[in-house]
Design a protein around this ligand. Sequence first.
Ligand code: SF4
Length: 567
Amino acid sequence: MNIEREQLEMDVVFVGAGPANLAAALHLKQKIAEHDEFVEKGIKQGRKIGELEIGIVEKGSFVGAHILSGAVMDPIAIRELMPDFLEQGCPVDSAVTQDAFWYLTESRGIDAPIIPPPLKNKGKYIVSLSKICEWLAEKCEEAGINIFPEFPAAEIIYDENDRVVGVRTGDKGIDKEGHPKGNFEPGVDLLAKVTVLGEGSRGSLAKHLMQRLNLMEDKEPQVFSLGVKELWEVPAGNFEEGKVVHTLGFPSDTDTYGGGWIYGMKNNVISIGYVTGLDYKDPNIDPHLEFQKFKTHPKVAQVLAGGKMLKYGAKTINTSGYWTMPKLYADGVLIVGDSGSFLNGQRIKGIHTAMKSGMLAAETIIGAFEREDFTSKTLKHFEEKVNMSWIYDELHPVRNFHASFQSGRWSALINSGLQFMTGGLAWGFMPKEHHIAGHERMEKLSAHENNGTRYENVKFDKELTFDKITNVFHAGVAHNEDQPSHLHVLDTEICATRCAEEYGNPCQRFCPAAVYEMEFNSKTDRKELKVNFSNCVHCKTCDIADPYQIINWVTPEGGGGPNYKGM
Ligand code: SF4
């Protein structure tokens, strides 16, 4: 189809309105004003930059719609961005008042007498990251930054020398068969001197960029985990506001990275969730069911007794950290936040590092405008700034944390102790390859035949435990059904044959939203893949965990997806 597209020329385009890009855009505005004032007063040498045209494109129907996190926020970065963030009305929920660490066996819960130092959270804030992003977006708009919700960046635009020169937003009004409907609106080409990719974990454009420009060369593969979360309202007295619990043990096996959380929020609301490493070996594992099973543990069920589930969500996080950071720049482009492996897996925190990465990207961009050079020559300073900042001080000592879990839970705990005592100098029990991509670790079903009963005691009583369809309803998911599926399965023959035999079609289990189903086809006399794309909560698990790497997640029509308001 030959489509005439509108072109919009901007100076800087940010892809994704998450914490990294919102902090970046705001910091950029603030620092340009400061820079120009200093130049004018002769305090700083150089030339004034002036007003820049800055835009943020966001695939959700509003900023925050697709933002999901636990979350306990370390305020270090937001305080640098806005020292009076609380006075300015930043909607943090509760200050953390107490920490606990529970080790769970099948039937018992042991309250650890000592909290592992990385999990001490006093002085931090329990937040809804969706609310924080909505608020940051208001601050950006007040500062004159253009935000475009419902505009997914569908493609990167490169020039003839492979320089990134902007992004193309997705077309609207295409039917299932790929034909334009009456309401067809072509996507727009947003041209920019610098494009910043902050799409979160497994960003679809960041993935494309890394492959095309080979940005993972000499790096270890990124390893991800899936967090499945519910918000509950519980009877007063069940769980204190400001209390933060992290758990280890049940229901994960010792070969699988996993752990739970319970955070006490205002008005007897609690955030409860479970993280499962997407580098598990057993293809029977279902991260949604791991979470449902977690809630049946007596110590956890007691917290939820008499309560009501309010909302549901699921999202991957990039847990592998420093060794797995891609090259963070190329001509005309920077990668920030979770897309660039900025999360600290040991602290299970990434909001502060994401924001700081965005702020350092903003400072790099100012340098680029000063020199009027938007090539790698100037943008490489971003990586130098990261390595000279507290991000490096925080992430480098824990660089082996996730890799050590790939040798099993006990060696990981010994490693963490060694790392803590030696400031990150000593590690033992490391897998010799270091990080291994999750899909490469999945073993064949034949090696785990006896584990088919793993979830037989999870009954979906719809009071404590819920099936995926009920949960999806509580994620507020909506997609226009008359559009092409945004889940591109490159070879469905593999699904019906090799994958069925070798792995038992694990997509049916690792997807937390019941998108993938194997359905009997009487014409071919076999089960074939059915993709219920409208259930998709945009977690990206399928793109990551599929053992054949034949699932490609692309952006659906703008505005489609979950509604995580307040999550
Ligand atoms: Fe997540 Fe993929 Fe399922 Fe969508 S289809 S919810 S991205 S696993």
